[in-house]
Design a protein around this ligand. Sequence first.
Ligand SMILES: NC(=O)c1ccc[n+]([C@@H]2O[C@H](COP(=O)([O-])OP(=O)(O)OC[C@H]3O[C@@H](n4cnc5c(N)ncnc54)[C@H](OP(=O)(O)O)[C@@H]3O)[C@@H](O)[C@H]2O)c1
Length: 329
Amino acid sequence: MVQAKVWTLAKHFDGFPKDSDFKLKVEELPEPKDGEVLLESVFLSVDPYVRPFSRAHMKEGDPIIGSQVAKVIQSKNPVFPVGSHVLGNFGWRTHAVSDGSGLTPIMPGWPQDVSLSLALGSIGMPGLTALYGIEEVLGLQKGETLLVNAAAGAVGSVVGQIAKIKGCKVVGSVGSDAKVAYLKELGFDEAFNYKTVSSLDEALRKASPEGYDCFFENVGGHFSTVALQHMKSFGRIAVCGSISVYNDTTPQTGPYPHLTMIVKQLKMEGFVQSRWEHIHPESLRRLMAWLKEGKLQYREHITKGFENMPAAFMGMLQGENLGKAIVAA
Ligand SMILES: NC(=O)c1ccc[n+]([C@@H]2O[C@H](COP(=O)([O-])OP(=O)(O)OC[C@H]3O[C@@H](n4cnc5c(N)ncnc54)[C@H](OP(=O)(O)O)[C@@H]3O)[C@@H](O)[C@H]2O)c1
């Protein structure tokens, strides 16, 4: 009999999450039956979407939603042999019994020298989000100028690097000087700390006086309002995330964007990466090829210990992470 530790939602978030919103429970798992496997978590992901999706996808008492890389430790399913690794969306838990539905084997040919944690980051959902936002939504072209915010994070750092691969000028906004230095290492043309610049308007103008063709939006709120003023005519905006409003208890109101959009003839499109699920395998191979060629670099912010998942999640929402926020079980 295996005992699984499971982080559950003790109370729905109200404003910024707090320790008392989470409760650690222990579950007795049954022996796997024919066709089933027993899984043990290796790396767990803490992602921003947990915050805005929490009310719609969880009841109080439910396991916290999330994905992980897990190892098969018992198997009665030949598709998933003992010792193999899978990606699964079965929430914040150390162990799970699965009949295989919803499990994705790690990409075939995963190189020995690449950590499997990247399957939750640059060679996983965040990397795919960056790729689809750039290619499918923005249609970014060589020579264009792209702005990205939350630029040192899991999605943003890949966005900037793909834009450089495509021969573009890239400007990144981040919340610390260490992150600014990291963006420079990655080859961003311009980077600034939105928390310390005296004026966001001036920082955006200075970084690209001629304006922006494309804006990969991760933050929303005030940043979005100011950035819109700096778009070139016929500029395109990919709305990927809006992290600055996820913890709001009352919706922010601001200047409405319509007039700016009309005058500049802007195109703004929201998207969710799963729209292109049918091309995930090929897209992951492309991301891995860039990684192996040294064109896609990465950092990870690894928190050790399953018991620290809520702290890792809250830390990520506060910007503690440089690169993808991961928990090593
Ligand atoms: N549409 C999709 O399919 C999809 C998929 C994945 C992610 N997303 C979205 O993409 C965005 C980035 O996700 P990620 O997984 O890559 O997370 P991440 O960037 O690795 O981590 C979140 C970052 O957001 C920044 N942040 C937090 N509060 C902020 C605020 N008030 N203003 C500005 N920045 C703030 C922090 O960086 P700083 O230190 O720079 O502030 C923090 O490190 C999120 O909005 C997420 O919801 C969308």
